[in-house]
Design a protein around this ligand. Structure first.
Ligand code: PMV
Length: 362
């Protein structure tokens, strides 16, 4: 949507007072997965995710009049309290790409301080929380200077659009509880360019869902998501996969509306394993699953068969298990976590997380 390109967003440089904006933004977990893209971070199929609560990034953006005559982004950056060259470079490159959308960034000196709630070495992708927190800061800045994003819906849509340009799935972190990203005809307003809120389409039971993240390995992934998406282009199952994602979306939306937690288990696990099957079926083939991932899967399925409790797993592009269950069985599931799953986690590490209310300006 080139409507967001706006060369008029320029400041009268004589009146810039230093200031800052701060956002806390969560990660998200897709139930129908986005895997395969085209153009500039546009998805090959629609996806839908839970917005998390406890895994978040907090970003402080300090700004003031530009201190240099050089053209381009002037940025200082701190990650978890220290300078990190890699993160500084990728953030600088992202902000440089953002100049057509926020040309006033060229008139400022920026300092970004960012930190995650979860340990850097947890093996959890921070791109969704990180890119959404930064995009929200940029939108707040625009609104502060120009008053253009006062309407919350307008604000969120632009924040989602900008987040998508940073990291596709980040666009879904903007909204409470659940978000849908990607054109899906039956849902009015859905778009490939930004996510939309799904709060009004889901049963209360899913708003209280737990999402415990069992850390099987904190090692950096051997194949990045970027490379994984690219491998979908030559994957012989790609077309069938994109069709399947649309069919599953139809089934899942009904399940989410009905509050059918058992049917939810089936589809969440089918999707998680499909994602990893696509990786195994890529050329070259690869897998991000670890032996303990499979042990946990077996354990969770056995527990469900024995107890009838609607507890299931999902997976991101990595070996860590996301354990999903309704609030009504949290005590029982805690016993499963403590006795069966924690011993399979790396150094016993896991993160208590749950479905959350979305980003917050601090
Ligand atoms: O947003 P990316 O490019 O990191 O891709 C994320 C893809 C998955 O996490 C595997 C699935 C999803 O929809 O979040």
């Amino acid at each position: 949507m080139s409507a967001y390109i706006n060369p008029n967003l320029l400041l009268d440089t004589t009146g810039i007072e230093p200031g800052h904006v701060v956002w806390r933004s969560p990660s998200n977990l897709a139930i129908i997965k986005y895997w395969g893209k085209y153009g500039v971070q546009l998805p090959r199929n629609p996806s839908i995710s839970f917005t998390l609560a406890n895994s978040f990034t907090e970003t402080i953006l300090d700004y003031g009049p530009k201190q240099t005559d050089e053209d381009g982004i002037d940025l200082q950056m701190e990650f978890n309290g220290t300078e990190d060259v890699k993160i500084q470079q990728s953030t600088h490159a992202f902000l440089q790409k953002m100049l057509p959308f926020f040309p006033f960034l060229n008139q400022l000196s920026l300092k970004i301080r960012t930190a995650n709630s979860f340990p850097h070495a947890a093996g959890i992708a921070s791109s969704a929380s990180g890119m959404s927190a930064l995009s929200l800061c940029l939108c707040s800045l625009e609104d502060r200077f120009f008053g253009t994003l006062g309407d919350p819906k307008t604000f969120d849509r632009k924040a989602s659009y900008i987040s998508r340009l940073g990291s596709g799935s980040a666009c879904r972190s903007i909204f409470p509880y659940m978000s849908l990203w990607g054109e899906y005809r039956p849902v009015e307003g859905s778009s490939n360019e930004y996510a939309i809120p799904m709060e009004d389409h889901i049963h209360e039971v899913f708003k209280g869902y737990h999402n415990a993240i069992m850390i099987v390995s904190s090692q950096e992934k051997s194949v990045s998501s970027r490379a994984g998406h690219a491998l979908m282009e030559d994957n012989p199952y790609a077309d069938a996969r994109y069709r399947q994602a649309n069919e599953r979306m139809e089934r899942l939306l009904q399940i989410l509306k009905d509050g059918d937690t058992q049917a939810f288990c089936t589809i969440a696990e089918e999707e998680a394993l499909t994602l990893h099957a696509l990786m195994m079926a890529s050329t070259p083939s690869y897998t991000l699953l670890h032996p303990n991932t499979l042990k946990m899967i077996e354990c969770i399925r056995e527990y469900r068969a024995q107890t009838g409790h609607p507890v299931c797993f999902s997976l991101d592009a990595g070996p860590n298990i996301h354990l999903l269950y309704p609030d009504s069985i949290k005590e029982e599931v805690q016993l499963l976590i403590d006795s069966e799953l924690v011993p399979l986690c790396e150094r016993g590490f896991w993160i208590k997380d749950w479905v959350g209310e979305g980003p917050e300006e601090l």
